[in-house]
Design a protein around this ligand. Structure first.
Ligand SMILES: CCCCCCCCCCCCC/C=C/[C@@H](O)[C@H](CO)NC(=O)CCCCCCCCCCCCCCC
Ligand SMILES: Nc1ncnc2c1ncn2[C@@H]1O[C@H](COP(=O)(O)OP(=O)(O)OP(=O)(O)O)[C@@H](O)[C@H]1O
Ligand SMILES: [Ca+2]
Length: 577
């Protein structure tokens, strides 16, 4: 529990008709019921004893402890959304039967001034809600002092966005993006005093191109993406590109260190997978995401840059998948009209098709870092692994700048694995999503400067199903003899052509693409396609031979990583005893 620090205000105020000692420090707003108030009836069952509205933890407490816990609440100032003065007619009075009625007319000296504080309340499964509490003051001047003091504290928080650029993809997921934004998110932004400029995209790549060339980014404190992972991908492509051009860096050059984007990105989930939102917030809930944006959270994230023959192709933050996930995506694109269910149907189809692909994967292991892909520990809010590795990477970059002659990759040696693979996946973060709540690589980190390279070798359908099923249970999906996983900084993939070893680039020349397509369309010919496609955050790449590098902390989200349950217990409103 945060220490309250020096008190700025301390008053006796009323919440409903009970007296509370209310205090405000730079970090906490606390309201503690005066014990003399009629709050406790020893003969009433515990669950009926519910005069306070905030969360409570299920711990064994004595009646006295329970009483104290339930009468004292505190909210971190950083999680106050806003404060508003109440009109007189909104002030309530308790009826004899215990219910509440609004006081309509002025009732002489009973009439008081009130203000309402809106704040973040934690709910199960990492969801956040906007809760409110109304304080009634004995005089108008006192009410004004409280409102001004809270507003002063809020305006001192410089990390909160004031002006946001919002892109809505009306066709994401179940096509609910606009409705979700207007009904659930816009009212919260208005309450928090956040101004917005909202753009509904007119076609694919609209948001990317707008960010690249037109958007007046100086006017904004952040960009909000209402949509799925594909829409988020558009946003980062526009933003990263624009940042490099504005900063005089060539975004195409594979060896150039890219400049981090200064604007943070908020994700309002409205897509089909929404794994970037799920893996950074812990839930796909528009209200929770909106609240993380309002309080000005910041979560740095790794981005992989993908090149082919030194030509830039795309960025990836979640999954780069060849074989199974590439085929699922290719097949599902033809079924877009089905919405999110397209992935399940294509998943079953590709599972039954059971194609494997030959090729060589070379990788540069991540050395001298904390963490491995087989760790039991997970990347969580304030992750020490990300902090440690991030610090080490920036120190290394400084050393490299001072000594240009040193080899950038001198610390690692390339390793190569050749074989037949059902899937080659690179997960730069866990890729947790509702389909797989622990994700493709449960111990991957959001900002450690690495990606987890998962190789699933050719195996029986039964074994592959065992591997897939483990994504949905507690069992370790890597603990199988046909699966290996490596934490890497960089990797390359070269497909092996089914007929000729020297013919590695035929697909890019177009010739093999035709044969491959024929075989795909006529499975009866018995010739399995030689090439799959790369699924890059839900977009299909045009090349199969790729070179991938992790760019550490290139972007920042309005998120804080998934919170541990202990944070939920300790920091929610009831005060620690
Ligand atoms: C038997 C159940 C097994 C369930 C196994 C579930 C594993 C799911 C792992 C999901 C990983 C998602 C990674 C995120 C990728 C995103 O950047 C991208 C863009 O949004 N989404 C997809 O590519 C969308 C990818 C969607 C993949 C869906 C795969 C469904 C597999 C179903 C296999 C069924 C076998 C049934 C046998 C009878
Ligand atoms: N106005 C538009 N019309 C058609 N397509 C669009 C439009 N705006 C964006 N797109 C494209 O729609 C694609 C899918 O969008 P999005 O990722 O938001 O939803 P999804 O595919 O349902 O979800 P997920 O990526 O989470 O699986 C993206 O590739 C994006 O470029
Ligand atoms: Ca990572």
């Amino acid at each position: 529990m945060e220490r309250p620090g020096r008190l700025l205000l301390l008053s006796e105020l009323r919440v409903r008709n009970s007296a509370y000692d209310v205090s405000l420090s730079r970090s906490l707003l606390t309201w503690k019921r005066r014990i003399s108030s009629p709050v406790y009836h020893p003969f009433r069952p515990r669950q009926d004893f519910d005069l306070v509205t905030t969360n409570e933890t299920q711990v064994n407490l004595s009646n006295d402890q329970l009483l104290q816990k339930r009468v004292c609440h505190s909210v971190s100032v950083s999680e106050i959304i806003s404060v508003r003065e109440e009109e007189e007619e909104n002030i309530c009075k308790r009826r004899d039967d215990g219910s509440w009625k609004k006081i309509k007319e002025r009732e002489g000296k009973d009439c008081r001034q009130a203000f309402t504080v809106l704040y973040v309340e934690r709910c199960p499964q990492h969801r956040w809600r906007c809760a409110e509490v109304t304080f009634t003051c004995s005089e108008a001047a006192l009410c004004q002092r409280w409102v001004n003091s809270i507003r002063e504290q809020l305006s001192a928080i410089t990390s909160r966005p004031k002006q946001l650029l919002v892109y809505i993809n009306p066709y994401s997921g179940k096509r609910q993006g606009k409705r979700i934004y207007e009904q659930k998110v816009a009212p919260l932004f208005a309450q928090a005093g956040v101004s917005t400029h909202v753009i509904a995209t007119e076609h694919a790549d609209y948001a990317r191109d707008h960010l690249r060339t037109e958007a007046e980014l100086k006017k904004f404190d952040g960009v909000v993406c209402v949509g799925g992972d594909g829409m988020f991908s558009e946003i980062i492509h526009g933003l990263i590109w624009r940042t490099q051009i504005d900063g005089g860096v060539d975004p195409n050059c594979a060896d150039e260190a890219l400049l981090p984007c200064s604007l943070r990105i908020g994700i309002i989930p409205a897509g089909s997978t929404d794994c970037i939102c799920f893996a950074t917030v812990g839930t796909n809930d528009p209200v929770t995401s909106a609240l993380h944006i309002i309080v000005g959270d910041s979560q740095p994230m790794d981005v992989c840059s993908v090149h082919h023959n030194n030509i830039f192709l795309r960025y990836s933050v979640s999954l780069l998948g060849y074989g199974f996930y590439g085929d699922v995506l290719t097949d599902s694109e033809r079924k877009r009209w089905m919405g999110p269910a397209r992935y399940d149907l294509s998943g079953v189809k590709m599972f039954l098709t059971h194609h494997y692909y030959e090729g060589a994967v070379s990788y540069l292991p991540a050395r001298g870092i904390m963490g491995t892909p087989r760790d039991a520990a997970r990347c969580r809010s304030g992750c020490v692994v990300c902090q440690h590795n991030g610090k080490q990477l920036s120190e290394k970059a400084e050393r490299y700048e001072m000594d240009e002659a040193s080899e950038s990759e001198s610390e690692g040696e390339w390793r190569t694995i050749r074989g037949k693979f059902l899937a080659i996946n690179a997960a730069s973060m866990s890729c947790a999503c509702p389909r797989s709540p622990k994700g493709l690589s449960p111990a991957a980190h959001l900002s450690d400067g690495t990606t987890d390279l998962i190789l699933v070798r050719k195996c029986s359908r039964f074994d592959f199903l065992r591997h897939l099923l483990r994504h949905t249970s507690k069992d370790d999906q890597f603990d199988l003899n046909f699966v290996e996983v490596h934490r890497v900084r960089r990797f390359c993939f070269t497909p092996r052509h089914c007929q000729s070893d020297s013919d590695l680039d035929l697909r890019e020349n177009g010739k093999h693409q035709i044969f491959s397509q024929i075989c795909r369309d006529h499975p009866a010919c018995g010739c399995a396609p030689a090439y799959s496609s790369w699924n890059c955050d839900g977009e299909i790449l045009t090349h199969t031979a790729i070179d991938v590098r992790v760019q550490s902390n290139l972007i920042r989200l309005f998120a804080r990583g998934i919170e541990e349950p202990t944070v939920f217990e300790d920091l929610t409103s009831p005060c620690a005893i």
